[in-house]
Design a protein around this ligand. Structure first.
Ligand code: ZN
Length: 120
């Protein structure tokens, strides 16, 4: 079952073959301001059908993407972070903002909170 997501204006659109089983709320200084709920995938599991106005904000090792037209937080690229603060660059992760998913009951999946503000 393909599930689709897009920013508000549609300049960013993507497809997932597998819906998220849970999502993550991160307390870090960036995520707490955007309000994104992250669904984690490997880069090959997310198919972008358009990235027409992709914006990038990369203040550290995490690369935060947003739509430069409508401003929605769209996805992030990062290494796999361990709880001890180390980064595994051999396992890149792609986090999509689950709030952008269409025809998906976001309230039905559990939300895990990760204390990114203090862990990293
Ligand atoms: Zn947009």
């Amino acid at each position: 079952m393909t599930i689709t997501g897009s920013c508000h204006c549609g300049a960013t659109r993507f497809e997932l073959e597998t819906p998220p089983q849970s999502v993550t709320a991160c307390t870090c200084t960036y995520c707490s301001k955007t309000g994104a709920l992250w669904a984690y995938y490997t880069p090959g599991e997310v198919k972008f059908t358009t990235l027409a106005s992709d914006g990038l904000y990369a203040p550290n090792l995490n690369r935060h993407h947003f739509c430069a037209v409508c401003g929605c937080t769209t996805f992030g690229e990062s290494p796999t972070w361990s709880l001890d603060g180390t980064a595994d660059f051999s396992r890149p992760k792609l986090a999509v903002n689950a709030r952008l998913l269409q025809d998906f009951d976001l309230a039905a999946v559990p939300v895990a909170t990760i204390d990114g503000r203090n862990l990293w």
